[in-house]
Design a protein around this ligand. Structure first.
Ligand SMILES: NC(=O)c1ccc[n+]([C@@H]2O[C@H](COP(=O)([O-])OP(=O)(O)OC[C@H]3O[C@@H](n4cnc5c(N)ncnc54)[C@H](O)[C@@H]3O)[C@@H](O)[C@H]2O)c1
Length: 442
């Protein structure tokens, strides 16, 4: 079978790295033949990597989609508030579409995308990468097998690491709701999708609480400047003690012209952080970039307004109560969960850089009597616990008419997105939301 050809709209971190890398690793399955990206160095990088012809390199999605169909599928990996226009145009132009989450930043726009894809009969798949990890596939199989008995209650936590919170949801693209969307949508639509998928049913009602606590001006160190570097001769007076001091976080401090500030902290940024900074490969180039980049700002004065903690209490159609907790102050990046059933209790932990495990403790014995422990080793190949490449593989299969139980539809993704919007309505209004009625009003 020949490789599926793709047009990438937005060659940033996701388009070029998370999904573009699939084409590099599996050239017989995916051939990226065209790109639209306004940033010239990024456009050049992806074009070189995939040998994209000069006349198929565009500066905007509008220019690429103004041309007759250039490839079989489109990967839409622009920022959250730039999903609707290119997706509708791509579907109308004949592309099957893989669209980054969140599908759109309002309930009405999410519904519009689903209706458009269904009316045109095109595949529209949302990048719910967690479904495509071995870990969540295993969890799905265990719970669906009935091994836990009837499910009694669920407790699912998304523990966002302190540095990820500061990078993405304070300094980064998702810190201000009006520029992006609420954190419960931006960060947690994956988790809500997983819960809906495993349960195989929807939610009837929910209540949500949460707020922004820590990343606010009153917690700034005394005399902290607006940017950690201050000027080259005088960095922030709290540089030695602040865990968010940007030159240390982005591995640039050794280039400090005044000499590195001694500190008890050391930190190695993930690729997603360095890719977002886009500050080159040396401490010197990153030091220079941080002087003007959003990532060089004091985390206490970024004007951010999205929450750093939120809880949803919800009830599924069959009466199962579920709590979902998200917060941005975890020592490590992981998800932890507990499912209690009439026959057994399941404890699980899913992290990206440590072993992932699922423990099943059957009832009837003494507590802590672990009947089975499943260790899911972290895959070396791709981000999100292997989910990034698993997602692309499944999308290509869907386009070729080879469905799998992990594949999702845009309509299924609409459910998780609406759940996030409903939670935000509850958090802001202080009232519970009848989710059945809520969906009828969209
Ligand atoms: N599935 C996941 O787990 C996951 C993880 C992280 C981010 N995301 C989502 O992926 C999307 C992209 O995130 P990212 O981190 O790659 O962002 P990014 O900012 O690195 O990439 C977006 C790219 O779009 C380009 N762009 C801007 N205007 C354009 C236009 N008119 N035409 C074409 N391209 C244009 C930008 O120059 C940029 O390179 C976001 O919606 C984000 O929420 C999903």
């Amino acid at each position: 079978m020949s490789a599926i050809t793709a047009l990438v709209l937005g060659a940033g971190n996701r388009g070029a790295n998370a999904y573009g890398s699939y084409g590099m690793a599996h050239p017989n399955e995916l051939d990226i033949v065209a790109v639209a990206e306004p940033d010239a160095p990024r456009r050049a990088r992806i074009s070189t990597a995939h040998d994209i012809a000069p006349d198929l390199q565009f500066e905007s999605w509008e220019a690429a989609l103004a041309r007759p169909q250039l490839a079989q599928v489109a990967f839409i990996t622009t920022q959250d508030n730039m999903h609707v226009g290119p997706t509708i145009a791509a579907l109308q132009a004949g592309y099957d579409v893989l669209l980054e989450k969140p599908m759109a930043t309002s309930p009405a726009d999410c519904a519009l995308l689903v209706e458009t894809a269904e009316r045109l009969g095109r595949t529209l798949q949302i990048c719910h990468v967690l479904r495509y990890t071995n870990f969540f596939s295993t969890l799905y199989d265990i719970i669906r097998s009935g091994r836990l008995g009837d499910i009694i209650s669920i407790d699912h936590r998304e523990n966002v690491a302190w540095y990820h919170m500061a990078h993405s949801f304070v300094r980064g693209n998702w810190g201000i709701e009006a520029d992006s969307n609420p954190m419960i949508l931006a960060k947690c639509c994956h988790d809500l999708d997983i819960l809906l998928w495993i349960m195989g049913q929807s939610v009837t009602k929910l209540t949500s609480y949460g707020s922004l606590y820590h990343f606010r001006p009153q917690f700034a160190p005394a005399n902290a400047p607006l940017r950690c570097q201050g000027d080259d001769a005088q960095v922030c007076p709290a540089a030695a003690t602040c865990i968010h001091y940007a030159p240390r976080i982005y591995n640039a401090e050794s280039a400090n012209p005044a000499g590195p500030v001694p500190s008890e902290y050391s930190f190695s940024p993930g690729d997603f952080m360095l890719n977002a900074l886009d500050g080159g490969n040396t401490p010197q180039s990153r030091w220079e970039k941080l002087k003007t980049s959003r990532y060089g700002r004091c985390v206490y004065r970024c004007g951010n307004d999205v929450v750093d903690r939120q809880v949803i209490a919800m009830e599924f159609e069959n009466g199962v109560p579920c709590t979902f907790t998200m917060h941005g102050h975890s020592d490590r990046e992981n998800r932890t969960m507990r499912w209690d059933g009439t026959k057994a209790t399941l404890y699980a932990e899913f992290g990206y850089d440590q072993a992932q495990h699922i423990r099943i403790c059957e009832h009837g014995g003494m507590y802590h009597d672990v009947k089975e422990e499943i260790i899911v080793p972290p895959p070396a190949s791709s981000g999100h616990g292997g989910g990034d490449h698993g997602l692309v593989r499944d999308f290509l299969a869907a386009v070729q008419g080879r469905p799998s139980h992990r594949q999702t539809t845009a309509r299924a993704s609409l459910e998780s997105h609406l759940l996030a919007f409903a939670a935000e309505t509850s958090r802001k209004s202080g009232h519970s939301v009848d989710f059945v009625q809520y969906k009828k009003q969209i």
